[in-house]
Design a binder for this molecule. Structure first.
Ligand SMILES: C[S@@+](CC[C@H](N)C(=O)[O-])C[C@H]1O[C@@H](n2cnc3c(N)ncnc32)[C@H](O)[C@@H]1O
Length: 235
């Protein structure tokens, strides 16, 4: 992904990510005053700003990208920001609550990631997050264009991953959002500006042909985002 390079553009372009961060925030507990919390992949702070309002005993927002952290810090200067790789976070001090919005779908090894996250949680700790599932960007993705090296998984597959990683799923649901663009090319440019693409895609000629084939007569191109929101706890 190119999040680091596009950090300056992410906040203004992350329309769906903002919607799902707000949606996920509905499930943050009211009283967090005795809890320690760690957020992974915080980006520019779209979800962090909800956490900050809850007055946790301690709250740390983290990201792998230094530029994202700088963006986040500039918007939420009173939050404790740090660099952390979410796929390798087991050495972090154990916390009562772990949060991650619009991050987990990028994991190439969800079971390993979820086990590390479980190990980062204190006894009776909880995870809350949202992630994009199969069906997202289905109009755009094809053999000539993938988003990255990860596999899209359905909500059922994700629920199984959480169960296999010994989380007790407390609640979950999904939502579907749609964005309308003038063309498939415009949709792809928007993903580029979000930083949600890699440089490892098919050759430019094939990609151009793919986008051409996707063009519609109406001059409107719809892109879907399907999101799973899930809260799970550990023993
Ligand atoms: C789609 S953005 C989501 C940001 C924020 N959570 C939100 O809801 O807007 C994904 C974020 O995850 C970060 N990220 C990607 N891989 C990561 C990793 N292995 N560890 C930590 N952060 C990562 C990116 O830098 C980016 O800021």
């Amino acid at each position: 992904m190119n999040f680091d390079k596009k950090a300056g553009l992410y906040h203004q372009n992350a329309r769906i990510q903002k919607i799902v961060a707000d949606w996920c925030a509905e499930w943050i507990e009211e009283d967090c005053s005795t809890l320690s919390a760690l957020e992974l992949g915080s980006g520019t702070g779209l979800f962090t700003r909800h956490l900050e309002l809850r007055a946790f005993e301690s709250l740390r927002a983290t990201d792998l990208s230094r530029s994202m952290i700088e963006e986040g810090k500039s918007r939420l200067p009173d939050v404790d920001w740090a660099e952390l790789d979410a796929w390798e976070c087991e050495s972090a001090a154990k916390v009562d609550r772990l949060y991650a919005c619009s991050l987990l779908q990028w994991s190439e090894n969800p079971l390993e990631t979820l086990e590390k996250w479980r190990n980062a949680l204190a006894p009776k700790g909880r995870f809350l997050g949202c992630l994009f599932v199969e069906g997202s960007l289905k109009e755009l993705i094809g053999e000539e264009f993938r988003l990255g090296e990860f596999e899209w998984r359905s909500e059922q597959q994700w629920l199984t991953c959480f169960e296999q990683s010994n989380y007790d799923i407390r609640r979950w649901d999904t939502r579907l959002d749609e964005e309308i663009y003038d063309s498939p090319m415009q949709a792809l440019r928007h993903l580029h500006d979000l930083g949600a693409t890699t440089n490892r895609n098919a050759n430019p000629g094939k990609l151009k042909q793919h986008l051409k084939r996707l063009e519609t007569h109406s001059g409107r191109f719809k892109v879907s985002w399907k999101t799973l929101r899930l809260e799970g706890s550990v023993d």
